[in-house]
Design a binder for this molecule. Structure first.
Ligand code: HEM
Length: 192
């Protein structure tokens, strides 16, 4: 595994810890699941985006697999603390909030779509599918990442225009990851 994979995760872990535990008001007992989950999910988006943007031979496959596996860890960690106390923007006493519905629906569809490129990243997939179909499956990832952008935007957009509320002036992870997630699709559309 290239060093860039753990480095990306550790940079996000540092950012999340600084924003939420050090400068913010989140208790340290929330670090192992709630705060770590923010780093895991942001690293997943970053690696999936890197898989589509890198030109280094062999890297798209490694970044794609690492991003997909971190996305699975994100799902498990999210479910461990899936309650209205941790996620008031997603859950209320009556169930999903409207923003939560959009976010979780987009997240579930994105997770399912990402299974395609992940499946096609097996060693012999290119031979079995042929280049045209293999590329079509990989292109599903652009849509999946755009849906990840909807997933994070629905959660965070209400705080994006209130920089005075950002701990230490640090932008929300939802703003950073939404911007990142849309990059491959925007760059691809502009190239055409
Ligand atoms: C079944 C599908 C999914 C569920 C149930 C889910 C659940 C959640 C939850 C509960 C949050 C709020 C975390 C927080 O505020 O601390 C969140 C945020 C996030 N999710 Fe997902 N997610 C799903 C799919 C995805 C996918 C496919 C990605 C992309 C790889 C992703 C990336 C993110 C990111 C980057 C955040 C923002 C983290 C933050 O700012 O706190 N999620 N997700």
């Amino acid at each position: 595994m290239p060093a860039s994979v753990p480095i990306i995760f550790l940079l996000w872990l540092g950012y999340a810890t600084l924003r939420y535990n050090v400068l913010g008001t989140v208790a340290w007992q929330e670090f192992p699941v709630y705060v770590a989950n923010k780093a895991v999910s942001a690293a997943a988006v970053t690696l999936l985006v890197a898989a589509y943007l890198t030109r280094r031979p062999g890297r798209p496959r490694i970044y794609g697999i690492a991003g997909f596996l971190l996305m699975l860890v994100h799902l498990v960690l999210s479910l461990l603390v899936f309650d209205p106390q941790h996620y008031p923007k997603i859950l209320s006493a009556g169930g999903l909030t409207p923003a939560g519905w959009w976010s979780i629906t987009a997240g579930v569809v994105a997770s399912l779509l990402l299974c395609g490129p992940f499946w096609a990243s097996r060693q012999n997939a290119l031979d079995r599918l042929g280049e045209t179909r293999w590329r079509a499956v990989q292109r599903v990832g652009y849509l999946a990442l755009a849906l990840c952008g909807i997933h994070t935007a629905a959660l965070g957009v209400s705080g994006w225009l209130r920089p005075s509320t950002w701990p230490g002036g640090l932008p929300p992870i939802t703003l950073l990851t939404t911007t990142l997630a849309l990059c491959p699709l925007v760059l691809r559309v502009r190239k055409k």
